[in-house]
Design a protein. Structure first.
Length: 186
């Protein structure tokens, strides 16, 4: 397991780094596959741009584990509190990750639930609405942002005229914009 702890716009004390490291080590105890040497855990702590004193720090923990990416982002008033709340969010995700892993055999095929010792009953998410998108007129990123704002959504799928690919533009919490575009494998 490779762990990277980075701070942005602040200097973490050794005690704070040790505290965050202990939280990451505790997460590794929840699932054997997290300790795998191919697993990578990135922790980024930064000062929030929010003026709310209860959200002074932001912590993002991203775990690249075999077969999945787990991620939590929290905002709290202290570095220790953001580490604690991020840990709690990830524990829930790790439990779900473990239950999904236990439903497959080593070749990746589903194991019938009758053969599992303990089956965790969970309701699988279902698609409640399917929407077809027929307007694939190429547009620039600026045009896509404008279109998204006009319809009042937080994201917008469009065909990017510059890259000849479908992309998604979205509004971030800090009111800036983000772009998701597919990466073509070489």
């Amino acid at each position: 397991m490779q762990v990277q702890i980075r701070s942005k716009d602040l200097k973490l004390t050794e005690a704070q780094k040790d505290y965050v490291q202990s939280k990451v080590d505790k997460l590794a105890n929840y699932a054997e596959r997290i300790r795998d040497e191919s697993s990578e855990i990135r922790v980024e702590i930064e000062q929030s741009k929010s003026k709310n004193l209860d959200e002074k720090y932001v912590c993002q923990i991203t775990m690249f584990v075999p077969g999945a990416v787990l991620r939590a982002e929290t905002k709290e008033s202290t570095v220790e509190a953001v580490a604690d709340s991020a840990e709690q969010k990830l524990i829930t995700q790790i439990e779900r990750y473990k239950s999904k892993q236990s439903r497959r055999n080593k070749s990746g095929k589903w194991i019938p639930s009758s053969t599992l010792e303990e089956v965790i009953e969970e309701e699988l998410p279902q698609i409640m609405r399917r929407k077809r998108y027929s307007n694939n007129t190429p547009m620039t990123e600026d045009e896509a942002i404008e279109q998204m704002e006009l319809i009042g959504h937080d994201f917008f799928l469009f065909f990017n005229a510059e890259t000849d690919r479908f992309c998604v533009v979205y509004k971030r919490e800090d009111q800036s914009y983000g772009l998701i575009e597919p990466k073509l494998e070489d």
